[in-house]
Design a protein around this ligand. Structure first.
Ligand SMILES: C[S@@+](CC[C@H](N)C(=O)[O-])C[C@H]1O[C@@H](n2cnc3c(N)ncnc32)[C@H](O)[C@@H]1O
Length: 390
């Protein structure tokens, strides 16, 4: 699969204590596409996702009543394809391996097993891409939440003709690459809990480091028509000066400090020292709990992300004229976090037009809503006042 940097807006650089990073080669405008990247590999997030989406392009399959799907003759039950084109471009090696996976596989091993089979398939069918996968960042040991040796012995009896180097060590290495680099491609937002349809590992997007107040965010459009529907597209949230590192948030930005630090340490092996964390580390637990309690008392039924969001929005009111505000980054939440119920996605402007005119339409990277950009200077920075266009 190919990847394109639309123009070289970022260069790879080595930054002490952060490893490789992507740095702006020129000033980047709000909404500009920084990178459009195609996956090295994709795999279903669950058994349900595997049975309801195309095994090649990961678009939703038609509902069962009208289902018209295509199957590999070697192993018809293992994978379904949405079109003759997807069937023609699949790799029978992977179908065969999937068809041999025992139905009794423990649920927590299923998604890592899908990943490993996709990775071994890459080793067999595209050795240069497999080398790119191996060159990505990964911890020295297997992720704590996956039993690598159980998985390896289970797959040893499944993998058709093992790629060279097939070993527990390779399995462990691959699992750590997946943990540090996989992006979730989400099911369409329906107002409830977000669920992941598939995971993908992207060779260039894997160089974006994390920041709890990112200056870019990524979009995916898996169900769209045409080619390259599984690309991820990274766009600037606001102006990024030349020489500044471009960062994404590895999870929804409205997570609380403790939750963010835990995830970053457990899954990515580092303590975050971004500007936002440096402020929030001094917040007491009581302060965070008080915010939650107040909302419970008020009978609010919001998830954790919404609670965090609510408290920073209150602080945003302080921030407008008060330099001592306890949360100087509240402006970010007012302007760039989606306020649709249960969403909490990040907003970035649509790309500028071909003549360079900036768009005033902000797109949410979770629910897909479009809303007009808020000028916080005009409305006091207190409310997003967005117009939902969808
Ligand atoms: C997806 S990779 C990003 C690219 C990576 N820096 C590299 O050298 O390939 C994720 C890893 O980058 C490092 N990283 C990302 N964000 C960081 C940050 N804010 N501070 C320190 N290390 C970070 C961590 O080691 C993390 O596991």
């Amino acid at each position: 699969m190919t990847s394109t940097a639309v123009e070289t807006l970022v260069n790879l650089a080595e930054i002490p204590d952060r490893g490789r990073a992507l740095v702006a080669t020129r000033p980047i405008k709000p909404g500009e596409v920084i990178l459009s990247d195609s996956p090295l590999l994709l795999y279903p997030a669950s058994a349900a996702a595997a049975s309801t989406c195309c095994s090649r392009c990961f678009r939703s399959l038609p509902s069962s009543a009208t289902r018209c799907t295509f199957h590999c003759s070697n192993s018809p039950a293992a994978a379904s394809f949405c079109s003759p084109r997807c069937l023609a471009s699949h790799t029978p090696y992977l179908c065969l391996a999937l068809s041999r996976l025992p139905i009794s596989i423990p649920p927590d091993l299923l998604s890592p097993a899908f990943f490993l089979l996709a990775a071994y398939n890459l080793a067999v069918n595209s050795p240069s891409d497999f080398q790119r996968l191996l060159s990505l960042h990964g911890a020295a040991s297997a992720p704590a939440d996956v039993d690598a040796s159980a998985l390896h012995s289970l797959l040893s009896s499944v993998v058709p003709s093992p790629p060279s180097g097939f070993s527990l060590e390779l399995t462990t290495t691959l699992l750590s690459k997946d943990k540090a680099n996989a992006f979730g491609l989400m099911e369409p937002f329906d107002g409830g809990d977000r669920s992941v349809r598939a995971y993908g590992v992207y060779p260039n997007a894997s160089f974006f480091n994390h920041d709890c107040l990112p200056n870019a965010c990524r979009f995916d459009y898996v169900d769209k028509g045409g080619e390259r529907n599984t690309d991820i597209v990274v766009r600037a949230i606001h102006d990024i000066p030349e020489g500044r590192e471009v960062c994404l948030s590895y999870f929804p930005v409205n997570w609380r400090f403790a939750e963010r630090q835990k995830r970053l340490l457990e899954d990515y092996g580092f303590r975050c020292e971004c500007d936002r964390c440096m402020v929030e580390k001094d917040w007491s637990d009581d302060e965070e709990e008080d915010d939650a309690q107040e909302e419970e008392d008020e009978g609010m039924e919001e998830d954790e992300g919404d609670e965090a969001m609510e408290s920073v929005e209150e602080d945003a009111i302080d921030v407008d004229g008060d330099e001592d505000s306890k949360f100087p980054h509240a402006y970010f939440f007012v302007r760039y976090v989606c306020d649709r119920d249960n969403c909490g996605g990040t907003l970035a402007p649509l790309p500028p037009s071909t003549d360079g005119t900036l768009s005033n339409l902000m797109e949410c990277n979770v629910c897909g809503s479009l809303k007009t950009e808020v000028n916080a200077d005009q409305d006091g920075g207190q409310t997003s006042n967005g117009i939902m266009l969808d």
